[in-house]
Design a protein around this ligand. Sequence first.
Ligand SMILES: [Zn+2]
Length: 548
Amino acid sequence: MSMEDKRQKYKAKQNECVLMARVSSRDQEVEGYSLPAQVRLLKDYCLRKDLAVLKIFQISESASGKKQRELFNEVVSYIAENKANVLVCEKVDRLTRNFKDAVMIDDWLEEDEKHEVHLVKDSLIMHKHSRSQEKLNWGLRVLFAKNTIDNLREEVDKGVREKLEQGWLPGKPLVGYKTVGDSGHKIHVPDPQMGPLMREAFELYDSGNYSIKLLVKTMDEKGLRTHFGRPLVKSQMHRMLSNPFYMGKMTWKGRLYDGKHEPLITAELFERVQQRMKRKTTPKYAKHNPVFKGTMRCAECGGTIAWETQREHWYGHCNHFKPCNQKAYVRQEAAEKQLLKEFSELVSPSPDVIEWVKVTLRTKYEADMEARTALKKQLKDRHSQLGRRMDVLYEDRLDGRISVHQYDKMQQQASNEQKMIAQKLEDFEEDYLAVLEKGIDILDLSQKAAAIYESKNDTDRRAILRDLFSNIRLNGNLIEVERSPLVAAIAKKVKKEKELRNTFEQTVNNSLTEEEFVNGTLSPLWLGIIAEVKHLMISSPQTAAYVS
Ligand SMILES: [Zn+2]
């Protein structure tokens, strides 16, 4: 390839761009603001600017928020994968709909000085070295775009509130109801077919002869259908039975409103059904927060793993704030299952040894404390001695017994030593007993983690994760953990212990008893853990993390 060819190729590469068109549902009603019109505008621009279009993305805001986010992420990953340098868009508010998007675009610009965002109608080209004035301009437009969206949301909220105050539920009707009336004056009335069936569902459940599961099956046979013509699933049935709309009330964002609609059931029936549902075991999905909230990161980009519910289960995935190829959605239960395996690797086959380690730790701690108290006294004595010396030095200096130079030098020495001692004394003030207890707690926890994890609530689970692991990452469907220092040491010992135990049990002419094996072989092995806990007690930065 000649130099000229290379240059041509490089040039061509540099001029490749991706178009992104986006319209809101409101835009679509106005002529000239359709997606095709926007794409035409962008294409014309590219022609003028000699930009080769690699791909055109079109995002319509009539799509769900989730779908829109996916599309935007697709745009960003497409650009990254195909190494396009230019992204062309109509205006800032077409490009970014939220700060997340804006930050992603900003990161991309910062990544490479060849990267550019062309905002056709804003007459703005953004790149890494944009002038500060342009950056400010961009920043303001991002802010403005956000503000426009917030305003829209407020307007929607206002409309929703007004409708609620008037006694009508905004949005789609519930199963058993249908919508009548013109646009802007729509109300919900009982559906002649589904209404009575929904009432029957309440009555059957109230009889006490039906579980939700059986009720779902029975109502399916009787012909109860959602608005999409599908039978209700268990979670839907549960939601319907819990919705006070059926007795004439409405809930919206946690607030209860009086409804003007015709109720299908009485308040008494509704109340009885609630009581009966409460008596049943709480459904296993009734968790408000995912266990791993804020504790897991993407192995590829380091982003926080975001959790969302789908069909009563939590699913985690990379938040894709930064371009990242991780696509997996991992179910919380699947992640927990992998953790249980991690826990099992921390369990010593000899509970006796663990007990021995704990006792030894406490004994050693007491001995240490005696030594430390003695040392502390020595340091304090030395500190006051230095103070007295400095007083004497000062008098010597005044009386001319030593020169200014000598005084400065000696005074400095004494003062430095005093500062050092003060620092050491401060270190002593740390709560070493708390560190020891924390060390012992973690040792205990490591042995019972699986059981505690399975029996306790989510708060305890999070505490376990926090204490045992310094990092939890999601890589594809796999959970990767980084153990905290003490836990890493425990895992190492357990592994070694299992090897030793294997050899011990396979030795045919075994003259050792289990007790002798534990005392003679395992105890020395586990002595290392004592050193680890003591290390925690000595090294203050890590100590702080454990004490808190
Ligand atoms: Zn990621």
